[in-house]
Ligand binder design. Structure first.
Ligand code: AMP
Ligand code: MN
Ligand code: MN
Ligand code: MN
Length: 280
C-alpha cells in the first residue's frame, strides 16, 4: 500500500483545493493520504468527500502544527486526529491568531525597507484562509524582488532577514497535549530540514518522546538520500516509528510530488503498521 502522510491544500499554503489534492494523489497511486495543512483542519471534510467518490484512496485527518522549540520553529505533523476535539481546535485557533498578527507585522517590516503593499497582496492570495510566509514569498517573486522561492526565503523571510518575524507558536508540550486530546499520532516533520547538530536533534527527539511522541518522518520530499540514511539512524536510536510524506504543496513548486517517495528502510517500523502503538 502506498502511503503519503504529509500534504497541503489551499486551506494553508498549497495551491490546489483539498479535493484536487486527493484526486491527484489517487491518480499517482497513493492509497492512504494524510491531508496535513498548517494549523488548520478545515480541508478534511472536502478531502473525505472526494475520497468517498473515488473509492480507491483513504484519507487520514491530519494537521501540521507550528511549534517553537528553543527559539526555533519546528513542525509536528498530527495524524489520525479527531477534528472535533475542542482542545485541538482551540490550540489551532490561537496559532491562526498569531499568524494573522505576524502577517501584518511582516508587511510593516517589509514596508520599512521600501517594499510596500505586500501584506494586502499576500492576504488576497490566501483568500481568507491561513496566511503563510509562502504567500508573501509568491507575491515577492511576482513583483520581481527575488528570482525564485528559494531566493526569496533566503533574502527576505528567514531569521535575520527584513521580513522575518520570530515565531511564537505552540510549545512542544502543548502540541503533544492537543494531539493526545484528539487521540492522534504525533510525528516530527522533516527533521533534517532544521539544520540541527546530532546532539540538538537528539535533544529535540528526546523531549518529543518524553511528552509522548512516538514517530518521526524518515522519508520526506525535502530529505536528500543522505538525510534519509541519517534520519533512519536517529529513528533506530530513539526507537521511534518512521513516517513517510511528500510535503506536497503544488504541482509546480514542491519539495516532491504526491506518491513519488522512496521506500522506508526495511528494518524500520512504519507508523502505519501499528497506529494504536504510535498514538501519543
Ligand atoms: P510559515 O509557516 O508561514 O512560517 O511558512 C513556512 C512555509 O514556507 C513552509 O511550510 C514551506 O511551505 C515554506 N518554505 C519554507 N522555506 C522555504 C524555501 N526555502 N523555499 C520554499 N518554500 C519554503
Ligand atoms: Mn508549507
Ligand atoms: Mn513543514
Ligand atoms: Mn508541510
Amino acid at each position: 500500500m502506498s502511503h503519503d502522510l504529509h500534504s497541503h491544500s489551499w486551506i494553508s499554503d498549497g495551491s490546489l483545493s483539498p479535493a484536487d489534492v486527493v484526486d491527484r494523489a489517487a491518480a499517482a497511486g497513493v492509497r492512504v493520504l494524510a491531508l496535513t495543512d498548517h494549523d488548520d483542519t478545515a480541508g478534511i471534510d472536502e478531502a473525505r468527500t472526494m475520497a468517498a467518490r473515488l473509492g480507491n484512496i483513504d484519507i487520514q485527518p491530519g494537521v501540521e502544527i507550528s511549534v517553537t522549540w528553543q527559539k526555533m520553529t519546528i513542525h509536528i505533523v498530527a495524524l489520525q486526529v479527531d477534528v472535533r476535539c475542542a482542545a485541538l481546535q482551540q490550540g489551532l485557533e490561537r496559532l491562526r491568531e498569531f499568524r494573522n498578527w505576524r502577517a501584518g507585522e511582516m508587511g510593516r517590516r517589509l514596508a520599512r525597507c521600501g517594499i510596500a503593499g505586500i501584506h494586502e497582496e499576500a492576504m488576497a492570495l490566501s483568500r481568507g484562509r491561513i496566511i503563510s510566509r509562502t504567500h508573501f514569498a509568491r507575491v515577492l517573486v511576482q513583483r520581481g524582488h527575488a528570482r525564485d522561492m528559494r531566493d526569496v526565503f533566503r533574502n527576505y523571510l528567514k531569521p535575520g532577514k527584513p521580513g522575518h518575524v520570530p515565531g511564537e507558536w505552540a510549545s512542544l508540550e502543548e502540541a503533544l497535549d492537543w494531539i493526545r486530546a484528539a487521540g492522534g499520532v504525533a510525528v516530527v516533520a522533516h527533521p533534517a530540514r532544521y539544520d540541527l547538530t546530532n546532539t540538538r536533534l537528539r535533544a529535540l527527539l528526546g523531549e518529543f518522546g518524553e511528552h509522548g511522541g512516538k514517530a518521526m518522518e524518515v522519508i520526506s520530499g525535502s530529505h536528500s538520500a543522505d538525510d534519509i540514511v541519517k534520519m533512519a539512524r536517529h529513528a533506530r536510536e530513539m526507537k521511534l516509528f518512521a513516517s513517510s510524506g511528500s510535503d506536497f504543496h503544488s504541482p509546480e513548486n514542491s519539495w516532491a510530488q504526491l506518491g513519488r517517495l522512496p521506500a522506508l528502510p526495511a528494518d524500520l517500523l512504519p507508523v502505519w503498521v501499528d497506529w494504536e502503538a504510535a498514538r501519543v
